[in-house]
Design a binder for this molecule. Sequence first.
Ligand code: ADP
Ligand code: GLC
Length: 494
Amino acid sequence: MKISHLSAECVPYAKTGGLGDVAGALPKAQAARGEDTDVWLPFHLSAAQWFRKRLTWPEQACDPFVIGIMGQPYGVGILKSTLPGSNVPVYFVAHDPLFHRQGGLYAPSDSGIDDGLWRFGLFVRAAIEGMKRIGRKPDILHCHDWHPALGAMLTAWSSWRDRWFDDVASVLTIHNIAYQGIYGMELFPALGLPADVAWGGQIEFDGALNLLKGAICAADIITTVSPTFAWEIQTPEGGARLDGILRIRADRILGILNGIDTTEWNPATDRYILSHYSAEDLRGKADCRAYLCHLAGFEPADPGMIVGAIGRLTDQKGFDLLLEAAPELIRRGIRIVMLGSGEPALEGAMRLLEAHNPRRFRAFLGYDEALSHRIEAGSDAFVMPSRFEPCGLTQMYALAYGTLPIVRRTGGLADSVIPYNGHNLASANGFHFEYASPGALAAEVLHAQHVFFQRDIWHRMVLNGMAVDNSWDHSAGQYADAYRRAREVRGLPL
Ligand code: ADP
Ligand code: GLC
């Protein structure tokens, strides 16, 4: 089957979170299974810089062309490269004035305007024009999150206006329902959709355009990144106000747990960590722990538990709960190392804790790929107090690195971590807590600390975690089934 992924992020060219990891890894796993797959993404500044640093440049895939949006012409180039370590083609939609943003992938325009609909509308329309020009028509257009949501809508609703879509089916993957792409109705003409769609109830929500809702209505199949999250988004608590429309489309929704890219995240080969190790020989993990202590300014001889935490500092991740619980945990002998960037209030709270607890709490602010690997490898436990978590990758990296996850029981965290209950040593590989409160979090971290000092039990759980097969191959098989269903429901040959 021919699959084209449309995504705003894709490692190593552009990443703010797990979406980038998934868009970079799933296509490689599909290619390894013999599928004909490629990836389309905007030529962000970070992608241009990636190539410049390596003194290379992607080739031109076709002659530049012009896309008209509400009467304005936009010159677009389609550039082609591959996903490193594979032959999977990556096509970049290049239009520097909109995609080269100093402030990051989702930064507003210079005048402070959120022009996301305009930018990602151009991205999708140019990508489809690019596919036509290079003569590659996918069987499946796989749209990730709201940014390329227009792809699913054009596929469903272009009908007689553009016969190119006749034999294309679409899949929408919801990585994060909190971001929906909400813009004023006056921008509707920028999308290039038939006029009747505007007020038909598919894309309009509370008097505004909601691109994620549009794609939920339009996509042949909707997937989300864990079975539990697939259920949660159909409830008022977890649906971010789209639960009603999701319930209507319930028969099209599938939950497929993400995998991890084991070429990037494997303690036996990781290029960022001090010493390699595996389940057969864990000695290198002690070196990684000592090195993390050095980086964090912790006493390496202190046998107390070191807890790591990494992620975007947003409400979703629940790091405020950890910061509130931290003084009590530190008093009980636990040391905490955090890496993240985001909300200034949380960054400030991290700095403050660090100032009051030198050698026991370390805050690394910013984005640091190498350090993220070193924290995963060097910590004893890894905490994720997420309020909601569609899948979560960092807890899966922790499992692979023999670092036991302590997670809130939600979404993909519930699906990927088996909590220790005193009787399930054959399979347990982490810890769960239920309530999003500092007290519940602290209680579970202290439970983990108690187990940590029972070395045999902890060791067994470490091995259980490292034995979990979280590689992408299994999930790629489930996506293949989802694609077959997408073509089936559209009445297309498989
Ligand atoms: P989300 O996509 O919601 O951010 P995930 O757990 O799926 O959460 O993925 C987060 C990804 O981003 C992981 O690869 C994680 O290591 C990485 N990451 C997040 N924050 C940072 C940071 N400050 N520095 C380095 N990597 C980070
Ligand atoms: C999102 C989610 C995260 C998930 C990632 C990749 O950003 O917040 O839970 O792992 O996408 O699917």
